[in-house]
Structure formats: structure tokens, C-alpha cells
Write a protein that binds this ligand. Structure first.
Ligand code: GMT
Length: 374
């Protein structure tokens, strides 16, 4: 395939969409394409030097005359500048708002025939889609993109239901870098964290926003630890943290819940975990479930959004109703008490991560999309 020049715009800070966009850029660069990240700061996962990855920072000047800094205009301006100067073939933006709209403006400003690919990740639809002051702009961003993808079939459907764009939207699933997310020997962490030999480990990783329902994670764990010696690892930080700390204290679980804060090298934590809990009320995909599965950890997830497309009930994990902590803890106990069942689901989790969601397969799908456009 002809080597392409691809501009990528995403939210570069911690978050699944930024992770996927950055990993995509890295893998495309490894395949010889030239990648130009056009973002507000250097993507946090861009942690290695690549000769064919460039970073163009969008800088927004503060003028007292503006009540709000004009970030979207600065981004469109930078997109136009890079498209023209580097002769980009593709602008691949992650999130319809504001990135697709900025790309459309940037393309017009550049006067070039750069093709726009927009990937929807969820919050732009499942949250902003309910805001009537934004739906018109989201629809415009989608309809004027050359190709639109969404990270799950559930998100495709939700976008059509909420935004009703006159545009086909393709599902292209998320992926992880299997070279990073794999079972590693990190047993030393168990003793360092004070986890006893007979204790099971349950893990939850998120940004602790309300939609992640971390209170359900703690409530489910409370029921689990009554029947089986166990520890809960809470990884991440966010707005709900104070509430969660209070809940843990009220339930008397201080010695059993480990607050680890934000962490890199999650594969080391997954590798000492027996079960992952992802109990969100909104989740277009659930990248963290895939990360855990790639390390052989079965997940218990809620029946929302794209989660059931990643976690197959009874095959590589379990799907439960939102907020049904009894059902969730029953499923967890079933898995934790039956070594045979656990190892079967763990094997299947690995298989799912390495087949349906293998990075090579997903990156090829994106390459095919680019190729068809040019
Ligand atoms: O879930 C978040 O709070 C972060 C958000 C983001 O923008 O990074 O995640 C969204 O995109 C991820 C990557 O595609 C998906 O795995 C998450 O499910 C999705 N979050 C929601 O839909 C709430």
C-alpha cells in the first residue's frame, strides 16, 4: 500500500479515545505511514521516539477581549497549516465535537482535497447528543466527514437514534497493543501490597466519573469479601473519589480496598488480578475490559452500550444488569470459587483479545478505509 501522510487529532490526555488514537498513530507509523499529531499537548502514550511521527501543538492565545479562548479556531487553523505544508492525505479525528467540525473548517481553509475520517468514541454522542445546542453541530460534523466510524455497533445505533445523521457509520472496534498488555510475572506486587496467598484480587480501573458507578464496584466487593478472602484494587482517580473513600470507610473495608491512584504499567496489576469489574451506566466500548482480557483476566460488565460486544456473557466474562450488585457478586463468586471455570474464561478472554480485537486486524481496517478514500 502507498505510504500515506495522516494527521491525527484527539484529546491527548488520559482517556480511552486518546489512547486508541495514539496507539493507532504508532502502529501506522510502524507500517511506514507518516503521522502528524495535531493536538493541544503531546499525547501521553507517545512515549517512544519514531522518526516518522511529528507533533504539532495547538496553542491558544489568551486575549482579555475574548471571554473564552478560541481553541476550536486555533485547531482548525493548525489543521489547515499542516494539511497545506505537509500535503496530508487524511485527517483522522477522534470525536465529532469539536474535532470533526474543526477538520471541515481546516480543510476549507487549506483549499486541499484532504479526506476527513471521524471516529466516534461515545461521550460526543451519549452525553453531548442530548444537548440540543450541540446536536446540529454533531450532525454537521458527521455528515461532512468523508467516512465516519464508531467504536461499537451499539454506538452506531445510538448515534442514528439520537442525532439522525444522513450518513452511514461503520463499526471499527478498539484495540490494544498486545506487546504491552499480556500476562507478566508481577507476583512480587502481591506481597508488596500485603495480599495474602489465599486472597483473590478484584480490580477496577477508571476515571472515577459518575457514569462508571464505582459505588457499585465497592458494594459488590463488600458482598464478595463476606464469602471469600479478597482484596479490591481501585486504580485511577476522578470526581467520585471522595464519595468512594467515604463508602469504603462506612462499610469498614479500609483494610481490603487498595486505592492505587493513576498508574501506568497496568499489565502488572492485571497480571495479579482474578476478575475485572466494569459496572458503568454508559460505555461505548470499555477499553479497560479489553486490556484486562489481553492479560487473561475475565471481566464482569454491565449490559450497556458496547460492553456486551467486548464481554461475551458466559464465554470470556459475565454480563449483569446495571446496579444489580447481588447478581454481580454472585457471578464473581461463581468464578472465584471454581478454578476450572475461571481458567476456561481466562483462556477465552485471551482468545477474544487476540482474535476479534487484534491490533493488526483493526489497523488494517483503518488502512482500508483510507485507501478507499484516495
Ligand atoms: O470513558 C471515559 O470517561 C473516557 C472516554 C474517552 O473519551 O476517552 O472513553 C470513551 O472512549 C473509549 C475509547 O473508545 C471507550 O472505550 C469508552 O467506552 C468511552 N466512554 C464512554 O462511552 C463513557
Amino acid at each position: 500500500m502507498k505510504k500515506l501522510k495522516i494527521g491525527i487529532t484527539c484529546y491527548p490526555t488520559v482517556g480511552g479515545s486518546g489512547v486508541v488514537a495514539t496507539e493507532l498513530g504508532k502502529l501506522l507509523a510502524e507500517k511506514g505511514h507518516e503521522i502528524h499529531f495535531i493536538t493541544s499537548s503531546i499525547p501521553f502514550r507517545l512515549n517512544k521516539m519514531y522518526h516518522n511521527i511529528y507533533f504539532h501543538q495547538v496553542e491558544v492565545s489568551q486575549y482579555s477581549v475574548f471571554q473564552y479562548p478560541p481553541y476550536d479556531i486555533a485547531l482548525a487553523n493548525k489543521m489547515a497549516e499542516i494539511t497545506e505544508r505537509e500535503n496530508l492525505d487524511i485527517l483522522h479525528v477522534h470525536y465529532a465535537i469539536p474535532h470533526a467540525v474543526c477538520a471541515i473548517l481546516g480543510k476549507q481553509m487549506s483549499g486541499k482535497d484532504v479526506k476527513i475520517v471521524t471516529t466516534l468514541h461515545g461521550t460526543d454522542i451519549t452525553v453531548l447528543g442530548y444537548d440540543p445546542s450541540l446536536t446540529g453541530a454533531i450532525r454537521f460534523g458527521i455528515e461532512k466527514s468523508d467516512v465516519v466510524t464508531a467504536v461499537s455497533t451499539a454506538l452506531v445505533k445510538q448515534t442514528h437514534d439520537l442525532i439522525q445523521p444522513d450518513k452511514e457509520i461503520q463499526t471499527v472496534y478498539n484495540f490494544i497493543d498486545e506487546r504491552v498488555y499480556r500476562k507478566v510475572d508481577s507476583r512480587h506486587l502481591r506481597s508488596q501490597y500485603g495480599i495474602k496467598d489465599d486472597e483473590k484480587v478484584i480490580i477496577h480501573v477508571s476515571n472515577f466519573r459518575g457514569v462508571k458507578r464505582v459505588t457499585d464496584v465497592v458494594a459488590s466487593f463488600n458482598l464478595i469479601q463476606k464469602e471469600i478472602p479478597s482484596k479490591l484494587l481501585l486504580v485511577g482517580d476522578g470526581p467520585e473519589m471522595t464519595l468512594i473513600c467515604k463508602q469504603v470507610t462506612e462499610l469498614g473495608l479500609e483494610d481490603m480496598v487498595l486505592f492505587l491512584g493513576k498508574q501506568d504499567n497496568l499489565e502488572e496489576l492485571y497480571s495479579i488480578s482474578d476478575i475485572k469489574l466494569l459496572l458503568s451506566e454508559k460505555e461505548s466500548f470499555g477499553l479497560v475490559a479489553l486490556e484486562a482480557m489481553a492479560c487473561g483476566v475475565p471481566s464482569i460488565g454491565t449490559n450497556v452500550g458496547g460492553i456486551p460486544e467486548v464481554i461475551e456473557d458466559g464465554y470470556n466474562g459475565f454480563i449483569c444488569e446495571i446496579g444489580n450488585v447481588k447478581q454481580i457478586s454472585d457471578r464473581a463468586l461463581q468464578l472465584l470459587k471454581d478454578d476450572g471455570l475461571h481458567s476456561e474464561l481466562s483462556k477465552n478472554a485471551l482468545h477474544t483479545a487476540r482474535s476479534t480485537f487484534h491490533s493488526s486486524k483493526i489497523v488494517e481496517q483503518y488502512e482500508q478505509i483510507y485507501k478507499n478514500l484516495l
